[in-house]
Design a protein around this ligand. Structure first.
Ligand code: 4NP
Length: 154
């Protein structure tokens, strides 16, 4: 079965689209067959493209995310995805609360996949400046590499 990964943050316009882009790029580099998507626990940005600062950051690193659109996480996601990866603890606890009894997805934090950074959050760059988005990018790339390596050897 093809592994499938859903990244979840609050708005689905900053961190989780960057995580989606980073894992898509890493899967392509490894020629790993993966389904990748992202969603938000909130619905304010449903239908919106990623934040312009997130788009610019991804583009600087060679990935065009302008066609991504925000959506809210839904119960079916817990049955459809093998892995749901939260960007921080608030989102992880909301996911635990939303998970239906017949959900199959394994829940984790993004940085659980980075040795030495288990249990740490990817900070929300939304209210900061553009530098924060570069930090986010570096963190989601580390998480994506760790996760892809794990999925490859599974
Ligand atoms: P994200 O960042 O969860 O990384 O997409 C945010 C985006 C929007 C808002 C908060 C965080 N907001 O309050 O609209």
């Amino acid at each position: 079965m093809t592994p499938s990964v859903l990244f979840v943050c609050l708005g689905n316009i900053c961190r989780s689209p960057l995580a989606e882009a980073a894992l898509r790029a890493e899967a392509q580099r490894l020629t790993l067959d993966l389904i990748v998507d992202s969603a938000g626990t909130g619905d304010w940005h449903a239908g919106d493209p990623p934040d312009p600062r997130a788009q610019a950051t991804a583009l600087r690193h060679g990935v065009d995310i302008s066609s991504y659109r925000g959506r809210q996480v839904k119960p079916a996601d817990f049955r459809r995805f093998t892995h749901i990866v939260a960007l921080d603890h608030n989102n992880l606890s909301n996911l635990r609360r939303l998970a239906p009894a017949d959900g199959v997805a394994e829940l984790s934090l993004m940085l659980d996949h980075v040795p030495g950074r288990e249990g740490q959050p990817v900070a929300d760059p939304y209210f900061g400046d553009e530098d924060g988005f570069e930090i986010t990018w570096a963190e989601v790339v580390e998480g994506a590499k760790g996760l892809a390596a794990r999925l490859r050897s599974a």
